[in-house]
Design a protein around this ligand. Structure first.
Ligand code: C2E
Ligand code: MG
Ligand code: MG
Length: 763
């Protein structure tokens, strides 16, 4: 799988997991928010219930206190309030019974009587001697109002108290003011503050300016502050909102921050003197549920975070190992560049689309030597240098790779093979110039290259493997030619090499399978114009409809010695054919068989020949052995001895291709041969170039042969003129396309002994 695909999949999976995580997170946050909201609501309603409770307790106490005062005032209506002692006693008793701190009666514009708990009753007290808050109540009741004062600190008892006052009337006229001061029981609850919200809250009393009237001892804000707006606990907007609500005597839920925590609070008007109850909830700090919710939320978020971290880690790990895999699959570990696989992938993408791709293979001369002499490390450095230089010289759309060892491939662009090769030469020159294998030695690195031109690539643009193979083939040629330049791939040459390869690897099997066939080319008697003989010429039919000609394999067989076997096989074929003709009642003609030099000097050559002719019971004179002139050059004596032996048995000896090499009349005179075959080239020279000298030489050769009793055959007779010429020159036989090309034995038989002639032969 491609790196991109893997990454896309990873991203896909990571995306899905991330979405799942985010969804879970959203659900978690939602649940937590719901729980917290529910808790806030519960707390709010609890706070409201608590403050309502306090409010009703307060109202109850106040109204009961007023009730007492009202009862006393009606009593005073009918008493003689002037009898101070008597009244003072009543007042004192009443005060004691009702837990009032003080009680007092002030007749209008007169001195009054004041009873203080635990103190003797005071009489003739001037209103003006009283605290201003008390004076205010007295004056207002004298005016007929029922009054409840603000809280204030009593000078007498040094506690916060407030004062009730009701007018005392007689006959519809206000005659005095009955007042009582009290420390409401609720205030001590507020002060101690341990009953509010089950111990998790506090209630303060404030006025509409936010000033504390009664402040709980357990207040969350520890600092000594006068109003709720002091300090940075309310945000500016919240402070404004609260102030507006207070002014409008509205109930408001609010919150403030203290020491990093947020607290809920409720401000509820009491309905008396514009007093407010401020209920603060400290539950968020202490509540078990809240803590559980928070612990759950934190654990949840923590788990999600852990998941995300694990996911990221897993992603990184996979990515990393993927990159490593990718590097292993597509990178050359030594140079860090592309490897062959990667190169081939790019070539597969590029070659079919562009007609200017030249595939180049490069190698270092004697790299094995460099490795051994200078050590592996230096050799590796050299390879890295080559890669670096090579890739540095490439144009944007070109690329290269190191395959293995010292073999590199590159793609160069350009349609002119000559120009590309020239550029490649320069690159290689530069690589070699800058490559220092060893500082102390002046060893110069040499490289050779094979190149498959753009034209060759474009001929088979899909065949990537073929292109690489052909570039390597060219590389091999460059190596064999010992070139330090570029060898451009040659299709013809490659084909020949392919055939050579096939020939070498299949020859033995082919001989076994009788893929070698004997074709016959007639030799025509120039005096009669009749068939005078035939030459056996081998053809290789590999079985796929193809036919290989002798020049495609005979030179190889001569080099590797296989011609020995093949030539004997051909003698066998000739004898078999002669036997077939004879058995058909056809008077045969002599068959000439080409004999290679190797075979001719084989120790058991002659016995083998004898064995074959005996096997088919063929008289030896039906077989002519064609030998090459070159044989005589090396050892004429030995050759003559062989020829003598063979002739004694009855074989005819023909010298083939005379005039193609170092022909010498001297050799001719020394060899005891029966026939001389003038090479086709000899005739060509005389005919085509009208060469008088050649004609004279040919004439001389023919005459000399005649004088020596040697029969003369001319090869390569292609026209009637050719025939005329050789007849004029006195030659005996002609062989060539003019008469027939080499044909298979069936065709040959049919041609020369067709049905009728065959019958004649039978008679
Ligand atoms: P060769 O023995 O001189 O055979 C004559 C060659 O000239 C044959 O080619 C034949 O086809 C060709 N030839 C004949 N007439 C004409 C003509 O008018 N014009 C032209 N252009 N060519 C003509 P082939 O069959 O390809 O054989 C080539 C050579 O291979 C032979 O030359 C011979 O030296 C060798 N050869 C063929 N068969 C055998 C064999 O069985 N054993 C050995 N050792 N060599 C063989
Ligand atoms: Mg021949
Ligand atoms: Mg010949």
């Amino acid at each position: 799988m491609e790196e991109n695909q893997i990454q896309a999949r990873l991203r896909h999976v990571a995306g899905i997991i991330l979405i799942a995580v985010l969804l879970l997170l959203a659900v978690g946050i939602g649940v937590a928010a719901f729980l917290v909201n529910s808790m806030v609501e519960v707390t709010n309603s609890q706070m409201r219930a608590e403050t309502e409770e306090y409010k009703s307790r307060l109202n109850k106490q106040i109204s009961s206190d007023f009730q007492i005062l009202t009862t006393m005032s009606s009593f005073l209506e009918f008493s003689d309030v002037e009898q101070a002692d008597n009244f003072a006693q009543i007042l004192d008793e009443s005060s004691l019974r009702n837990d009032f701190v003080t009680m007092a009666y002030f007749p209008v514009d007169n001195t009054g009587i004041v009873a203080i708990q635990g103190d003797p009753v005071r009489t003739s007290v001037q209103v003006t001697d009283m605290q201003p808050e008390v004076q205010d109540v007295v004056y207002r009741t004298w005016n007929g109002e029922t009054v409840l004062s603000y809280l204030f600190e009593s000078e007498l008892i040094r506690e916060k108290i407030f004062v009730y006052g009701i007018p005392v009337e007689k006959n519809g006229q206000v005659v005095g003011s009955l007042i009582a001061s009290d420390q409401l029981e609720i205030f001590s609850d507020i002060l101690s503050g341990d009953t509010v919200l089950g111990g998790n809250g506090h209630i303060h009393m404030i006025n509409t300016e936010g000033r504390f009237l009664i402040r709980s001892q357990n207040a969350i804000v520890q600092e000594d502050i006068e109003t709720i707006f002091e300090g940075p606990y309310f945000s500016d907007e919240e402070a404004e909102r609260v102030q507006a609500a207070l002014a409008a005597q509205e109930t408001i839920y609010t919150s403030f921050r203290y020491k990093g925590h947020s607290y809920q609070a409720l401000l509820q008007p009491v309905g008396i003197n514009n007093w407010y109850m401020l209920c603060v909830n400290s539950m968020q700090e202490s509540s078990g549920i809240y803590r559980i919710v928070m612990v759950i939320a934190v654990t949840f978020v923590g788990a999600l975070l852990l998941m995300v971290i694990l996911l990221a880690y897993g992603y990184r790990l996979t990515r990393h190992s993927n990159q490593e895999l990718h590097a292993m699959a597509f990178q050359d570990p030594l140079t860090g560049g592309d490897n062959l696989r990667s190169f081939m992938l790019r070539l597969t993408e590029t070659m079919p689309q562009s007609g200017d791709v030249n595939v180049v293979a490069l190698n270092v001369h004697q790299f094995k030597f460099i490795n051994e002499i200078f050590g592996r490390e230096r050799a590796d450095r050299l390879l890295c240098h080559i890669h670096q230089q090579l890739s540095g010289h490439l144009l944007p759309e070109e690329f290269c790779c190191r395959d293995n060892a010292d073999r590199f491939f590159a793609v160069l662009r350009g349609t002119d093979a000559g120009q590309v090769a020239e550029r490649l030469n320069q690159i290689v020159e530069e690589i070699c110039r800058t490559a220092l294998v060893n500082h102390s030695s002046d060893y110069r690195v040499m490289m050779y290259c094979g190149m498959l031109s753009a034209a060759e690539c474009a001929a088979a643009p899909q065949d990537i493997n073929g292109a690489m193979t052909r570039a390597l083939f060219a590389l091999e040629r460059a190596k064999n030619a010992n070139l330090s330049t570029v060898w451009i791939y040659d299709a013809e040459l490659h084909k020949k090499e392919e055939i050579d390869n096939y020939v070498q690897s299949h020859m033995h099997q082919a001989l076994q399978d009788r893929e070698f066939c004997m074709y016959l080319q007639p030799k025509i008697d120039l005096r009669t114009g009749r068939l005078g003989g035939a030459e056996a010429l081998v053809r290789w039919l590999p079985g796929n409809g193809r036919m290989l000609y002798p020049d495609q394999f005979i030179p190889l067989f001569e080099a590797n010695g296989f011609s020995v076997s093949l030539d004997l096989y051909m003698v066998d074929c000739a004898c078999r054919q002669l036997r077939a003709w004879m058995d058909q009642g056809i008077e045969p003609v002599p068959l000439s068989v080409n004999q290679s030099k190797l075979l001719f000097f084989e120790a058991d050559y002659i016995p083998k020949l004898q064995q074959i002719i005996q096997q088919y019971n063929i008289p030896a004179h039906w077989i002519t052995l064609e030998i090459l002139e070159g044989l005589a050059l090396e050892n004429a004596e030995e050759l003559n001895a062989r020829i003598e032996q063979l002739r004694k048995i009855g074989f005819h000896i023909s010298m083939d291709d005379f005039g193609s090499g170092y022909s010498s009349l001297n050799t001719l005179s020394r060899l005891h041969i029966d026939e001389l075959k003038l090479d086709r080239g000899f005739l060509m020279e005389v005919v085509n170039q009208g060469n008088i000298r050649s004609r004279i030489i040919m004439e001389q050769v023919v005459q000399m042969a005649k004088r020596l009793g040697i029969c003369v055959v001319v090869e390569g007779v292609e026209t009637r003129e050719n025939e005329e010429l050789i007849r004029t020159l006195g030659c005996d036989f002609g062989q060539g396309y003019y008469y027939s090309k080499p044909i298979d034995t069936d065709a040959f038989t049919a041609r020369f002994w067709g049905a009728d002639q065959g019958k004649q032969a039978e008679k």
